[in-house]
Design a protein around this ligand. Structure first.
Ligand SMILES: [Zn+2]
Length: 288
C-alpha cells in the first residue's frame, strides 16, 4: 500500500512536470491525464489490497487526488475533499477501486463451477478475501445481492450510493455550499472548469465558490472572531462580510457591479453567469 502511494505521487509529479513543459493548463485534458496516467498506478492490483485497506490508509490514497484537485482549482489545502469532488464531478479513488474489485468478483462468478478461481472465491466466503470484499462493499451501502453483472449498471449503482454517502450528514460549510452555490441537480463537473478562460480566472471562481478566500467570514473563523462580529468594514450596514454581501449586497462595490453588468440577486444566479463575466467580476472585487 505504502508502495502504491509513493508510486502514485511519483506518477502525479511526473504528469505535472510534463504538463508544465508542454504548457498545458486545460482542466479537461489534465483530468484525462490524471485518470489515465496516475489513477491506474495508484490503484494497481487493488483487487488484492483494497478489501483489507483501512480508512486511514484510504485517506493517504485519496490525498493524491485531493492534491491534484487543489492544484487545479487553486484552493487552500483546508478545503474539504467532498467539496472538491463535487465541484469536479469526481468520486473518491476508493469508489473506483471498489468498482474494479466487484467487477472482478462478477467475472469470476460467471465462470463454470469447476474452475479454480471460482472455487477459491467461494472458499473465502465465510472468512477471507470474499468476506473482506463484502464487508468493504457494505461500508458503501452496497449489499451483495445488489452487485450487478453489467459493468455499466454496477458503476451507476455504485456512483449513486457514493454520492448519497458523501452528502450524508453535511458539515455547516457543505450545507452552505449545497444551499447557495451548488444545489447539485446533477453530479457533474462545473461548466467553468472546461470553459475557455485563463487559469487565473478558473482559480478565482473556484476560490469563491468553495469558500477558500480571505473574506472576513472565513478569516474571522481562523482568527477566532465571533461570527456576528465578522462584519464588512467598507460600508456601514453592519453585515457579515460573506460572499453574498460583497458580490450582491455591499454598496461599496456598486460601481464595479454596474461596470460588469451584474444584475443577479442571489448567489446561485451569480455562479450561473457565463464563466468569463463571472471571473472578471470576482477578480475586480477581489483586488479592491
Ligand atoms: Zn459592505
Amino acid at each position: 500500500m505504502k508502495h502504491r502511494v509513493a508510486n502514485g505521487y511519483k506518477a502525479f509529479y511526473n504528469m505535472v512536470q510534463k504538463c508544465k513543459g508542454a504548457n498545458l493548463s486545460s482542466w479537461k485534458l489534465k483530468n484525462q491525464l490524471f485518470k489515465s496516467l496516475v489513477r491506474p498506478i495508484v490503484l494497481y492490483g487493488v483487487q488484492v489490497w483494497g478489501p483489507t485497506t483501512s480508512q486511514s490508509n484510504w485517506n493517504k490514497v485519496e490525498a493524491i487526488q485531493k492534491l491534484f484537485l487543489e492544484m487545479e482549482l487553486g484552493v487552500k489545502t483546508q478545503t474539504p475533499y467532498t467539496l472538491l469532488l463535487v465541484e469536479a464531478g469526481l468520486l473518491p479513488l476508493e469508489v473506483e477501486a471498489l468498482y474494479h474489485t466487484l467487477q472482478y468478483v462478477m467475472r469470476v462468478k460467471a465462470l463454470q463451477d469447476s474452475r479454480l478461481p471460482k472455487q477459491a472465491l467461494y472458499a473465502s466466503r465465510a472468512f477471507g478475501w470474499y468476506a473482506d470484499v463484502c464487508r468493504w462493499a457494505k461500508t458503501w451501502d452496497l449489499c451483495e445481492h445488489e452487485w450487478d453483472t453489467q459493468p455499466k449498471k454496477l458503476r451507476a449503482l455504485l456512483h449513486s450510493k457514493a454520492i448519497r454517502k458523501l452528502w450524508h450528514n453535511p458539515s455547516p460549510r457543505l450545507q452552505y455550499f449545497m444551499r447557495d452555490v451548488n444545489p447539485m441537480v446533477l453530479f457533474e463537473e462545473q461548466e467553468y472548469l472546461g470553459a475557455p478562460i485563463s487559469v487565473k480566472l478558473r482559480h478565482i471562481i473556484a476560490r469563491y465558490r468553495l469558500s477558500s478566500h480571505h473574506l472576513e467570514v472565513e478569516e474571522g473563523r481562523w482568527k477566532g472572531v465571533k461570527r456576528q462580529d465578522r462584519v464588512c468594514t467598507l460600508c456601514d450596514s453592519g453585515s457579515i462580510e460573506n460572499e453574498y454581501h460583497v458580490f450582491i449586497g455591499c454598496r461599496w462595490y456598486q460601481d464595479i457591479r454596474v461596470a460588469h453588468q451584474i444584475l443577479v440577486s442571489d448567489l446561485h444566479d451569480l455562479f450561473r453567469l457565463p464563466p468569463k463575466q463571472l471571473g472578471l467580476y470576482i477578480m475586480a472585487i477581489d483586488r479592491k
